[in-house]
Write a protein that binds this ligand. Structure first.
Ligand SMILES: [Zn+2]
Length: 252
């Protein structure tokens, strides 16, 4: 294992607690998870055990363990004859995931307003400042990762392990949906909206905090092209216009 890999690991909310950090599969999991959060790994990418084993300098067994956790979180799927690939979502799946995220984020916000300590609020502010800096200096990948981590941090403050685990899976799946379905403008969280959320938490205003979060998710969703049903693997549907042309010809 490349020693540099361990040294370069940033201290972040990636499910790697101080106890579990350091196991090789955890570190590789974190690298792949981050690449998905940063939208550096696009949906459909093949995750070859052999290539990853060479890149990280570990055995395929270790790669398989890292991948199986990502499969469990639904960001990687095992395809027959292809092996592990980064998940792609159909339009319907994308809509369902976004709906599930709304449900979880609402519950998270309610708990965060109840549980957040001053130190949590300070940490959230620091995180959004760092996020803002990344976008300002053009480091979009890191900015997007920090945006995702802001939402994971909220779920941590909520102090409900099941919600945190749902949130981890949903935030990373949403990152893949953004990569797959973003329309024109590059979509990511607004730092201003993150600051507004923190303010509502600080004021212990649960209603406003939940409302702001729902608006925040609306804005992310608005930038996605989830209405376009044009692309399909149904050949008859793709070429259905030929039928009507034919009909027009025969009626002339
Ligand atoms: Zn956000």
């Amino acid at each position: 294992m490349n020693k540099k890999l361990y040294e370069s690991m940033p201290d972040k909310l990636s499910g790697t607690t101080s106890k579990s950090r350091g196991t090789q599969d955890e570190l590789i999991y974190t690298h792949i998870f981050d690449a998905i959060l940063e939208q550096r790994l696009i949906p459909g990418t093949k995750l070859s055990e052999e290539s990853l084993g060479e890149i990280f300098g570990v055995s395929r067994t270790i790669i398989r363990r890292a991948l199986s956790r990502l499969v469990h979180e639904k960001v990687v799927v095992n395809r027959p004859n292809r092996g592990a690939v980064v998940a792609t979502q159909t339009l319907e799946e994308a809509r369902q995931i976004i709906f599930a995220r709304r449900v979880v984020e609402k519950a998270v916000m309610e708990l965060v307003v109840d549980n957040a300590q001053l130190s949590d609020i300070e940490k959230l502010k620091d995180q959004v400042c760092a996020e803002q800096e990344c976008f300002a200096k053009g480091d979009r990948g890191a900015g997007i990762r920090l945006s995702g981590e802001f939402h994971l941090h909220l779920a941590e403050i909520a102090n409900n392990p099941s919600l945190l685990s749902f949130q981890r899976s949903l935030v990373s799946q949403c990152s893949l949906i953004i990569a797959q379905y973003e329309s024109g403008s590059k979509s990511h969280c607004s730092c201003d909206e993150h600051f507004e959320l923190i303010e509502a938490i600080e004021n212990k205003d649960k209603e406003r905090a939940v409302q702001l979060m729902m608006h925040h998710l609306d804005h992310i969703q608005d930038k996605l092209n989830l209405e376009d049903e044009a692309a399909t693997d149904d050949l008859r549907a793709v070429f259905s216009y030929l039928k009507s042309k034919k009909r027009r010809k025969t009626s002339n």
